[in-house]
Write a protein that binds this ligand. Sequence first.
Ligand SMILES: [Zn+2]
Ligand SMILES: [Zn+2]
Length: 339
Amino acid sequence: MTVGTRVSDTSGAATTSSRQESPGGLWDSVKKTAVVIGSGILFLAAFGNSLTWHLQRFWGASGDFWQNLWTKLYVMFEGHHAALFFLGTMLLPTLTHWAVNALLLLVDTTGKPSFITRYRIQMDKNNPVDPVKLRHAIKTVTFNQVFVSGPMVVVVYYLMTLRGDPCGPELPTFHWALMELAFFSIVEEVLFYYSHRLFHHPSLYKHYHKQHHEWTAPIGVVATYAHPLEHMLSNMLPVVLGPVILGSHLTSTSMWYCLALFSTTISHCGYHLPFLPSPEFHDFHHLRFNQCFGVFGILDRLHGTDSKFRQTKQYERHTLLTSLTPLNESIPDTPKKGQ
Ligand SMILES: [Zn+2]
Ligand SMILES: [Zn+2]
């Protein structure tokens, strides 16, 4: 699963599209990563306080609303916390997943509306998507949801109850929930990157990961189209481990599962849509196989597994689209002469 957000360009002018990157060693990568993280810390130090102050004010105004809602659920499910946990960690994320994918599938299967299809990354692919291939993918995805994700969430519940009740009466504070999301993202980046790279080892690839890569131009629903073992170790484990480590509340766990499923769907969807995280990074992984293994790109930068990606048009387009002009129009594949 991937949460496709760009981190690679926060060093600003240091990286220009035309510049050819020298191969550089690990030390070079560490220095670049330090620049990226350092600028991030400086930015947070400068604007973090006022940002969290505004967010906290918003939370304070709506906090009572959420706490009241939770208290109602808490009372309603008194003595049935396991049921409440499974509704929050299975039903809600599954509904979110299929709601988003149903919309995307409408576009994938009909090739309409053209307002959306003009944002397609690999223009000549899935236009429309092959129905036989799609049916097979949906069957596998459903199998993984029922027979892999389901039992894993049951195990997660029992592990979490060892730490206390994940369905406690008090909601976590806003700041703690933010910290948790940051921690979950780091755990996901590390575990996904290394397990994913391991699945690319030739001896594992042909038995397990090749299936996910049948889609060289992915669509949203194939985010969890994978061998069950890969789904367990590489898709689920990096996401479920964070809340287990922190002994998180059901609400932050549920929110994180929904967010992770939404993000991996977007990073596989094949459309670089406005105001959504860029899917170029993972789309490039499906296109080229040996680049862009991680979620946020931090470990790819550190290990140099994004070196080829960073010399491509896709890399130039790998940014949050804040206008309605598709990036394959504003940054075309082959620039016209004279430009
Ligand atoms: Zn993928
Ligand atoms: Zn892969």
